[in-house]
Design a protein. Structure first.
Length: 267
């Protein structure tokens, strides 16, 4: 009969192997270090340009895109809860509104922040790989097409058509090699916009009513809108970080291998 401590030793060996495997999977390759650097550069550039006079206009189309994803998330969850979506509108002041009848407000109200940050995290994850970026661009185009279906003003329609056109062009250019940088930027932008919007609405109090304040009134559990906002902020931040970690673990191929794998997908 084997000594009783063998099972514990086997457990320790297995645990060490799992730990080493986890560390190895999250250790960035050379190409992944470049992507991490790009994510850092995108983040820094977005934070610098966010409220800079005149120059902030560079980010304006991307801000409107992320507003569109926010409103799409409201509408999509509304559909899942049997709501009738009447319209989606984006305004030039980087605001938006989704009008619906029915649905479950307890689900649709947090969907804007959490849904757009989840979409952003998926795009960030996909930005580590060309093939994944192509698939993500199809998903993003589908979101924009549905937004176009519900759109009731020209700005919303223009934003949808322009960004679908940009993705089609990047898909064609150099077999989509540059598409992943676009997908990555939109992902970072969406995550950061969501985080900033929560702070702007609830901490800095630039608006009197937000999704979180409506949710707090509806919930009626004694938690203020700021507490709900902090809760949603943490979830959104976890989504962002998780997108990076999953990208590191899932896509270890170098740039040339990625190009070869993606060459047969699309044109």
């Amino acid at each position: 009969m084997a000594p009783p401590y063998n099972s514990y030793e086997n457990y320790l060996v297995a645990r060490q192997a799992v730990a080493e495997n986890t560390v190895n999977s999250l250790t960035p390759t050379h190409d992944q270090k470049i992507i991490l650097g790009i994510i850092g550069a995108y983040t820094l550039a977005i934070l610098i340009l966010w409220n800079m006079p005149v120059i902030k206009v560079i980010l304006a189309p991307f801000k409107l895109l992320t507003v569109g994803l926010h409103e799409f998330s409201h509408a999509f969850v509304g559909c899942l809860t049997c709501a009738k979506i009447e319209s989606i509108e984006i305004d030039p002041d980087e605001g938006g509104v989704t009008r619906m009848r029915g649905g479950i407000p307890m689900c649709t109200l947090p969907a804007g922040y959490l849904g757009s940050s989840l979409i952003g995290a998926l795009l960030v994850m996909s930005g580590f790989n060309i093939m994944a970026s192509k698939i993500a661009s199809i998903f993003l185009a589908a979101c924009l097409l549905l937004t176009l279906w519900w759109a009731k003003n020209w700005l919303t329609r223009i934003i949808g058509v322009v960004f679908i056109g940009v993705m089609v062009f990047l898909w064609w250019l150099e077999r989509g090699a540059g598409l992943k940088y676009f997908v990555l930027f939109v992902g970072v932008m969406s995550c950061l916009y969501c985080l900033w919007d929560i702070l702007d609405d609830l901490v800095f109090r630039k608006v009197h009513e937000s999704d979180a304040s409506k949710f707090a009134k509806l919930c009626g559990c004694g938690m203020s809108s700021r507490i709900w906002g902090v809760f949603w902020f943490i979830i959104s931040l976890v989504f962002f970080i998780s997108g990076i970690l999953v990208g590191l673990a899932a896509f270890k191929q170098d740039q040339e291998t990625q190009k070869q794998q993606a060459s047969g997908f699309g044109w």
